[in-house]
Design a protein around this ligand. Structure first.
Ligand SMILES: Cc1cc2nc3c(=O)[nH]c(=O)nc-3n(C[C@H](O)[C@H](O)[C@H](O)COP(=O)(O)O)c2cc1C
Length: 183
């Protein structure tokens, strides 16, 4: 698929199912990630791939977060929330590691990881896979980061859910004129 066509036709999937990306497709997606522009070539990206049963690591950490953060939540409700991560066969947690002091500001390193995530999203789309980019409370929870093997100082930029599109998301309305300040 032509890159402009991929950009134009990409939307988030509303529902994903099996099959997820093959090992080869996953390599293509991750390699697309590390091809992103990156000030200083510091390679601030880190990836945690959760396939199949490995998603339970995130599901459990998520349930634990809910029990910790929302007193009175039942174990069953916490587990149910955690199990939402099962909505895709594969999750790639995309994180930015920006703790090393450097003249390139942290925000630029985090933005580079955002660019990596979008490259990955487009690569998945070009391979015929569906994707959703999620963050939410879990992305900012230190204990979840540790459970995933990340550092508490890492920034989770995306939980990139990957799989086969069952239901497409809404197409985007074109609104370019709303955002042009001067052209
Ligand atoms: C950094 C980032 C975080 C996001 N987090 C969430 C999220 O937690 N939940 C959600 O429903 N959408 C989230 N989104 C938005 C969706 O992934 C999606 O991009 C948006 O709804 C627009 O739809 P589209 O991708 O089909 O254009 C996030 C997007 C970005 C860029």
């Amino acid at each position: 698929m032509d890159v402009l066509e991929a950009i134009k036709s990409r939307t988030s999937a509303a529902t994903l199912a099996e099959p997820g990306p093959s090992t080869e497709q996953l390599q293509t997606i991750l390699n697309a990630g590390i091809a992103a522009p990156d000030h200083g070539r510091l390679a601030p990206w880190r990836f945690v791939v959760l396939n199949g049963p490995d998603r339970q690591i995130l599901a459990k950490a998520w349930a634990d977060m809910r029990l910790r953060k929302t007193p009175g939540t039942s174990q069953a409700d916490a587990d149910k929330e955690g199990l939402k991560v099962m909505r895709a066969p594969t999750i790639v947690v995309v994180a930015a590691r920006v703790d090393a002091p450097h003249k390139v500001p942290s925000i630029e390193r985090i933005v580079a990881v955002g660019a990596a995530t979008q490259n990955m999203f487009l690569a998945a789309h070009a391979l015929g896979l569906g994707a959703m980019w999620k963050t939410g409370e879990a992305a900012y929870d230190d204990k979840i980061k540790i459970a995933l093997g990340l550092e508490a100082t890492d920034h989770i930029v995306a939980f990139l859910y990957l799989g086969t599109t069952v239901a497409k998301g809404k197409p985007r309305a074109s609104k370019l004129d709303d955002y042009i300040i001067r052209v």
